[in-house]
Design a protein around this ligand. Structure first.
Ligand code: MN
Length: 154
């Protein structure tokens, strides 16, 4: 399929002209809260997709891991992310690389909307959720435990 020349104007409320505001995921498949998805680029000749995810204050993405990797740029506001066993405060224009099989989650912990761009393979494996024992292992780190409760230290 041919790639079309196209410019989509950035609109108020962190929307783009002609881009649909979608639910983050199908309800009930995984835990998440107050997060939306916009697919900005999805072109078969490119083999990847660029999405924009945004959380309302207190919202979070799914805690998950998978074989495919993510390239993430924080695009709106500030928040925290869990990357592997590390919790980090992140802000606009910070870059986050999520390697294969690495636990990750983003949380809008600053009382404001928090959004990020995420580049991902068009063809990818399904995310895995932590088992009870994996969650217990993650929570052994007090910083991770506080993060998962929505109360990071800094
Ligand atoms: Mn992911």
């Amino acid at each position: 399929m041919e790639t079309l020349a196209r410019i989509r104007t950035f609109l108020q409320g962190f929307r783009w002209q002609g881009v649909e505001l979608m639910p983050y995921k199908e309800e009930g498949v995984a835990p998440f809260k107050a997060i939306s998805r916009q697919v900005l680029f999805a072109d078969p000749s490119l083999g990847c997709e660029l999405r924009y995810f945004e959380m309302a204050a207190g919202g979070y993405s799914t805690l998950e891991r998978h074989e495919h990797v993510h390239a993430v740029m924080i695009f709106r506001g500030r928040g925290h992310c869990l990357l592997g066993h590390e919790v980090r405060a992140v802000a606009e224009r910070d870059l986050v690389t999520v390697p294969a099989l690495t636990w990750h989650q983003f949380r809008a912990t600053r009382g404001e909307p928090f959004g990020f761009l995420c580049m991902v393979n068009a063809l990818r494996d399904k995310p895995m959720l932590p088992s009870a024992s994996e969650l217990e292992e993650l929570r052994r780190n007090p910083a991770v435990s506080r993060f998962l409760d929505g109360k990071p230290a800094d």
